[in-house]
Design a protein around this ligand. Structure first.
Ligand SMILES: [Zn+2]
Length: 394
């Protein structure tokens, strides 16, 4: 379990990069898709539909003041007539199950669940997701609804050869895809500023499970609870990336840190949240491959695990989470908000990220600036102090 989870985490790392492709600028909207940024990974994983392409996110709302790109300009009236997948409700009871016999959706106050055919959801799933979203906003100190970020998604979210949600008005709510890996291909969850995609074996209906030989022959692959840690991690990406460009070590580190915080504080709410906390505590580690000392800590941060052949790749999760824990203990709970605000003030804003492929694909000069901002916010000695904190945990 521990090893499997770590592998999944690594794969999430690789996919997240792929999932954060830049959107088109309105000026470029007529042009074909901008280049996909995709990293290679040494684990065998097939990119999921939503992650593999760039986020060509021009929604009707985003382009209202400019000439609409070809993809959407004729859709407004058509979409009014278009029939979308049906809306569903859930009972709220953990022991009830909703099995999706067709593509459908659930609408919450701050999010949508876009539910694949063949999904099996416990009746309390939407309630638990709502709690996670509220708790994340409270802990991070930022709202999902932002003024400037782009929202929605494009045809990269195609299902069954077409995009059933094209033109659907999500407003500023978070679209959360509940997808089914019905080939056992190894798709994994991911999240970026636009939306989150969740793949969990526990959300596959038994009918689908038994129809896929890979699953049927490996019953131990199936988890018997919903891992809400996965939701909390990806939803932290959506929340933080809607506000600022983050170096990888903080992007992944804060996703693990806040998922940990949220799952800990919600564990008593439902049996699955409780299981999520138990499993989380089973695999959490306090050791990384890099030698983190007073003289190396800053350089590790500057390098930001951007080198894909880095021997310590994957450490960004553990080390990043420890940096966040250290900051919370040393500077208080507003550490993330303070860093995000300073990054935004320096011009590394989500809206710039979305429009600027260079900003998305952070160069060393960007990483150096984000590191300097880190020192401005937390002090010249922050890396030395963190190294001492780290050494104490070993
Ligand atoms: Zn992640």
């Amino acid at each position: 379990m521990k090893k499997k989870r770590f592998l999944l985490t690594l794969m999430t790392a690789a996919l997240l990069i792929a999932s954060c492709g830049p959107a088109q600028t309105p000026a470029d909207a007529e042009a074909s898709n901008t280049a996909t940024i995709q990293e290679t990974t040494d684990v065998s994983v097939k990119d999921d539909d939503s992650a593999a392409s760039t986020a060509n996110n021009a929604t009707v709302e985003d382009v209202a003041s400019t000439e609409a790109p070809a993809e959407v300009k004729n859709d407004i009236t058509e979409n009014n007539l278009k029939e979308y997948p049906p809306k569903i409700t859930l009972s709220g009871n953990h022991d009830d199950h909703f099995i999706a016999t067709e593509l459908c959706y659930y609408e919450g106050e701050k999010f949508f669940l876009l539910i694949a055919k063949g999904a099996d959801l416990p009746g309390d799933l939407a309630d638990n997701v709502a709690l996670i979203i509220d708790k994340l906003e409270e802990k991070v100190g930022l709202p999902y609804k932002t003024e400037h970020a782009l929202f929605g998604f494009d045809n990269s979210t195609v299902d069954y050869g077409y995009n059933p949600w094209e033109g659907f008005d999500f407003g500023k709510k978070v679209p959360i895809f509940i997808k089914i890996d019905d080939e056992g291909a190894g798709y994994i969850s991911c999240g970026d500023s636009s939306f989150a995609t969740i793949y969990l074996n526990s959300l596959i209906s038994m009918d689908v499970w038994n129809s896929v030989p890979k699953y049927r022959d490996n019953p131990d692959w199936r988890e018997d609870y919903v891992d809400y840690y996965d939701f909390a991690h990806e939803l932290t990406h959506v929340l933080t990336l809607r506000h600022a460009v983050l170096p990888k070590i903080i992007r992944e580190g804060c996703a693990d840190y806040y998922a940990w915080q949220v799952i800990n504080s919600l564990a008593d709410v439902s049996p699955d949240l409780q299981r999520s906390r138990e499993e989380m505590n089973n695999y959490f580690s306090y050791q990384v491959k890099d030698d983190v000392t007073a003289s190396t800590a800053e350089q590790i941060y500057r390098n930001d695990y951007q080198d894909l052949s880095h021997a310590a790749r994957g450490d960004e999760y553990t080390l990043g989470r420890m940096i966040c824990s250290f900051l919370a203990e040393t500077y208080g709970d507003s550490f993330m908000l303070d860093y995000v605000n300073a990054i935004r003030d320096a011009g590394y804003r989500f809206e710039d990220l979305a429009f600027n492929i260079e900003l998305f694909n952070l160069q060393q000069s960007h990483l150096d600036e984000l590191t300097d901002i880190f020192k401005d916010v937390f002090g010249e000695n922050v890396f030395k102090d963190f190294a001492a904190y780290y050494q104490k945990q070993q």
